[in-house]
Design a protein around this ligand. Structure first.
Ligand SMILES: *[C@@H]1O[C@H](CO)[C@@H](O)[C@H](O)[C@H]1NC(C)=O
Ligand SMILES: *[C@@H]1O[C@H](CO)[C@@H](O)[C@H](O)[C@H]1NC(C)=O
Ligand SMILES: *[C@@H]1O[C@H](CO)[C@@H](O)[C@H](O)[C@H]1NC(C)=O
Ligand SMILES: *[C@@H]1O[C@H](CO)[C@@H](O)[C@H](O)[C@H]1NC(C)=O
Ligand SMILES: *[C@@H]1O[C@H](CO)[C@@H](O)[C@H](O)[C@H]1NC(C)=O
Ligand SMILES: *[C@@H]1O[C@H](CO)[C@@H](O)[C@H](O)[C@H]1NC(C)=O
Ligand SMILES: *[C@@H]1O[C@H](CO)[C@@H](O)[C@H](O)[C@H]1NC(C)=O
Ligand SMILES: *[C@@H]1O[C@H](CO)[C@@H](O)[C@H](O)[C@H]1NC(C)=O
Ligand SMILES: *[C@@H]1O[C@H](CO)[C@@H](O)[C@H](O)[C@H]1NC(C)=O
Length: 674
């Protein structure tokens, strides 16, 4: 069937080869471009001319013994570390004397730092965003406290699910401060979290406003389906994410078709953005899991399931079971053993920024439990009824997996002995946390990336009813690395062995450094763990909200940012409710520590930093206690009860159930529409 492009899908063929492009070879490498003008620019272009893969393969493979980074990634890291980071380290640490070092000794030996932003919906996105702001040299109070600067010295950043929204939003809005990005200013419109994701006009699905919105979303998804790429629930979800986290949507145009609302903005175009061109930002990577294609599984994945990363260059996996990467520009192109079907079977434009963020956050296969006919949070009867209807509708209009992000597979035929999806035409990508690793550590531990320090902006909701992290994600990553990834990934440092221990030791309730004292600096990276924690000063917490809360009043977002900011810049003073005036310094000690080992002979740790490490490092031989953290309040207190949501919206707030019902009903409407 030849694809019928819907009216309004404007496509234009441009050539990247600006000059001297008259040879045949250059012509063959033209990459067709998608515009960013209409919501229908969400549709990929199919049947486009394929590039010459005899000289420039679309697929790279390697082995765990001999890993190879994408050459453009290696170049990016190298340029940032040569041209940008030395200055950033000096601006952050001065001459080093406050830490007890002479910074000049570390010249050219700076530790390589990565930041991980975990999942957990809008709570995690706000936690991650507020953490970054507290580590950003551009923020006065963070700079003053000494924490601001860590963001500037980092080389990599990973995001997963809600965390991927922060990563994407920062890049596609020009790498602004979090203050401007989240609350708006200077031409930015803010995240607008007071406007409900699924039903912007409130719970009445049939209001004109909601119907217009659904129509626009549907128009995007239909354009993609008509281009010949199977869609799923993840597509409308991706479009809804774009309205908040990409840059074309304002309160005034929210319910119009006046802009593309982020359609046509591609992850593979990140290298064209000024922040990337100037090496101003860390290299971004987003994590997704895959369930075995065709399995229809609704259960959590086991640790053997492949973990994928999406960078601006590739969709790839460094797991020993795959060790391959596909040129992201051509994602959506089906390759068998690295080769396309025919010279015009290529696809571009599947890597829509919204779809990448939606893929990493595709948890539908776990909310909608088709096998047991339940929906998390619903009574059995209601859940079964809704699912029955949903299932009937979906099966009559869709061709495949409705609850996952469908990516045509470029990896068919690759590693036939070890790759679990080697025989599939599709990879079924789902939420990056589906294997229990809610922190996107995978890409940061890849051996070839050689990270020395990994910062964790940990906003997971683990403890039932309280929504604080309990270390379970770290325990899972440690175990995956120790069993399946010994060849391919660095190992995790020592951590408490159970969530109960994390809680009992208090290390989940204040800043903690793991892996401070390796025998050999290459044993494992130092992990700086910054958990979402009860306010150190005994205030009521406002940051431990539920994952499926899909609306926040502006006031709540403001208070969340302020509370997280204060907690991150303050560290803790044992046995008190006071801030630690030295925390900024201690964070600097942790960030620079691995540089000592790169000098021959290694420079001993300074007295000042040794004192810091006594307080903040986790020592398995002598674990701390939560009793050092007195007077913390654990229960969430709504700081804005009955607060109204803004703009054209009705007063409405969704909790976990409201959001879930709205999504289900919306999807039903969507499929009826189709
Ligand atoms: C720094 O961050 C805090 C907390 O979010 C915010 O209140 C403040 O306005 C920020 N300052 C600047 C200069 O962005
Ligand atoms: C939005 O960002 C894209 C790049 O991602 C840029 O090309 C475009 O000009 C921006 N649009 C607006 C309205 O700022
Ligand atoms: C945008 O256009 C589509 C297709 O015509 C329509 O269904 C939808 O309601 C429109 N949305 C708005 C906000 O006007
Ligand atoms: C998964 O669902 C599809 C469509 O309903 C069905 O054809 C297929 O047999 C199912 N696969 C398994 C393993 O149950
Ligand atoms: C993807 O392929 C095109 C065509 O060969 C090439 O121009 C581009 O540099 C490739 N991108 C990456 C990241 O390898
Ligand atoms: C895949 O390609 C490799 C080398 O290009 C070749 O040795 C192998 O036989 C091919 N496998 C299949 C299934 O075509
Ligand atoms: C090339 O492959 C595409 C995708 O499968 C198909 O739609 C098209 O008809 C094929 N073209 C030719 C000339 O075989
Ligand atoms: C720890 O977190 C996991 C989920 O992330 C949860 O299942 C478990 O109940 C939690 N345990 C404790 C003791 O909080
Ligand atoms: C540290 O580890 C590296 C790489 O594994 C090894 O080459 C080096 O000899 C080790 N150094 C010591 C002192 O064990």
């Amino acid at each position: 069937m030849s694809p019928i492009l819907p009216p309004g899908l404007v496509s234009l063929v441009l050539t990247h080869v600006a000059l001297l492009s008259c040879t045949r070879r250059a012509t063959a490498q033209r990459i067709p471009e998608i515009l960013q003008q209409s919501v229908t620019d969400y549709a990929p272009l199919t049947n486009v001319e394929c590039p010459d893969i005899s000289t420039h393969p679309l697929l790279r493979t390697w082995t765990s013994q001999e890993q190879a980074l994408h050459p453009q990634e290696a170049e990016y890291i190298d340029s940032r570390e040569k041209n940008v980071l030395p200055k950033a380290w000096k601006e952050w640490l001065g001459d080093g004397s406050r830490l007890g070092y002479d910074l000049a000794a570390f010249e050219g030996k700076w530790p390589r730092v990565g930041i991980a932003i975990p999942g957990g919906g809008l709570r995690a996105a706000q936690y991650g965003g507020a953490c970054l702001e507290a580590l950003d040299a551009r923020n006065d109070s963070a700079k003053g406290a000494g924490t601001g600067g860590l963001l500037q010295v980092s080389s990599y950043m990973t995001g997963l699910s809600g965390g991927s929204w922060v990563t994407g939003s920062l890049f596609f809005n020009g790498w602004p401060t979090l203050e401007k990005l989240v609350f708006g200013s200077d031409g930015l419109h803010g995240w607008m979290l007071d406007i409900p994701f699924v039903t912007p006009d409130g719970i009445n699905l049939f209001s004109d406003e909601n119907q217009w919105f659904f129509g626009s979303i549907l128009w995007s998804v239909m354009a993609k389906a008509q281009a010949g790429i199977d869609t799923s629930m993840v597509d409308p979800w991706s479009r809804m994410i774009s309205y908040h986290f990409l840059n074309q949507t304002t309160r005034d145009n929210f319910l119009t078709n006046d802009t593309a609302h982020g359609a046509g903005q591609l992850w593979s175009q990140i290298p064209r953005l000024p922040s990337y061109q100037n090496f101003e930002a860390p290299f971004p990577m987003v994590v997704a899991n895959a369930r075995p294609s065709g399995s229809n599984s609704t259960a959590a994945l086991d640790l053997a399931a492949t973990v994928y990363e999406i960078t601006p260059l590739e969709i790839a996996s460094y797991d020993p079971g795959l060790s391959a990467g596909m040129n992201l520009t051509y994602a959506g192109t089906r390759l068998s053993n690295g080769t396309f079907e025919n010279g015009t079977s290529c696809v571009v434009g599947l890597d829509q920024a919204g779809f990448v963020m939606g893929t990493s956050a595709a948890l539908f296969n776990q909310i909608f439990d088709f096998a047991r006919n339940t929906i998390a949070g619903f009574g059995a009867d209601d859940g079964a009824g809704i699912l029955y209807v949903l299932k009937r509708l979906l099966s009559s209009v869709r061709t495949r997996a409705d609850d996952v992000a469908n990516w045509p597979s470029p990896f068919t035929g690759v590693k036939p002995d070890v790759y679990d999806d080697t025989k599939s035409d599709w990879i079924e990508l789902i939420d990056g946390s589906s294997n229990g690793e809610n922190v996107p550590y995978g890409p940061l531990f890849v051996k070839a990336r050689q990270l020395d320090v990994i910062v964790t902006a940990e906003g997971s909701a683990d403890i039932p009813g309280l929504n604080w992290p309990n270390g379970s994600s770290l325990i899972t990553s440690k175990s995956r690395q120790a069993t399946l990834l010994r060849m391919s990934h660095q190992q995790f440092p020592a951590i408490p062995s159970t969530p109960e221990e994390f809680i009992q030791f208090g290390v989940n309730a204040r800043a903690t450094f793991f892996g401070c004292n390796p025998e050999n600096a290459t044993d494992y990276p130092l992990v700086i763990y910054l958990p979402n924690a009860p306010p150190f000063n005994g205030d009521d917490p406002v940051t431990n909200t539920a994952t499926f809360q899909l609306t926040y009043t502006l006031k709540h977002t403001r208070l969340m940012f302020d509370q997280i900011h204060k907690n991150i810049i303050s560290g803790f003073s044992p046995n008190t409710n006071d801030a630690d005036p030295n925390f900024g310094l201690c964070l600097q000690c942790a960030a620079i520590d691995r540089a000592r080992f790169k000098v021959t002979p290694p420079i001993p740790r300074s007295l000042r930093c040794s004192e810091c490490f006594k307080q903040y490092c986790y020592d398995p031989a002598s674990p701390p206690s939560k009793d050092q953290l007195p007077g913390r309040k654990l229960n969430f207190v709504d700081p804005d009860p009955g607060g109204s949501v803004g703009g054209f919206l009705q007063r409405n707030k969704f909790g976990i159930i409201g959001g879930g019902v709205a999504i289900v009903v919306f999807i039903i409407l969507l499929t009826v529409g189709l």
